[in-house]
Design a protein around this ligand. Sequence first.
Ligand code: DX5
Ligand code: ZN
Length: 221
Amino acid sequence: MAREVKISPSLLSADMSKLGEDVRRLQDAGADMLHVDVMDGHFVPNITIGPFVVEAIRKIAAIPLDVHLMITDPDKYLEPFADAGSDHITFHIEAVEEAGGLIKEIQSKNITAGICVSPDTPAEALADVAGDVDMILVMSVYPGFGGQKFMERVLPKTEALRAMAPERVNIEIDGGITADNVARAGAAGANVIVAGTAVFKADDMAAAIEQLRTNCRNALK
Ligand code: DX5
Ligand code: ZN
């Protein structure tokens, strides 16, 4: 199956004083989805946005919201993020005792479900759920902040998860991705690319998004 490459720029790097403008800029620049980084100050040492802001983004966004929950007790917040208009919800395997029930609950709301592994979590941690989710998110930085350096060491894990998951499951990678390293992510099997800094720091946002897509697609396994 020729896997489609999607670029999901992270709003963590947006200018929050003009978030609406940056959402429109990303859409006009060819983003496939908007990666919304939700942080609670417990699961990660940073606090960002909640359902209230997702609702505001939903009102103006014409592309899917790819919501990444870096929070403890994600099950407690499914309802508000679903009601806010999330199109995809990813939670961390490290934040739950059992992931299967929450995956089904997300999907029961017509929202695609993702499960995420932080850099130190092995691929085996997803063995029981790799076949249930719609997408697996591999963190290539420690969650909490944008602008960190890409961690090469997660590439073998990305390959293992690509092999473990059924063909229909997308593999997303998130953290420190640039036009220079995205081909290695694609070669490892990642077809959904999160990038914050690389997109927002670019002089030409559309060219940066297209470069990420082309470089990933040319290397995609
Ligand atoms: C980090 C977030 C990432 C981050 C990516 O916890 O999950 O999405 O914002 O930003 P860059 O591309 O700047 O590393
Ligand atoms: Zn993220």
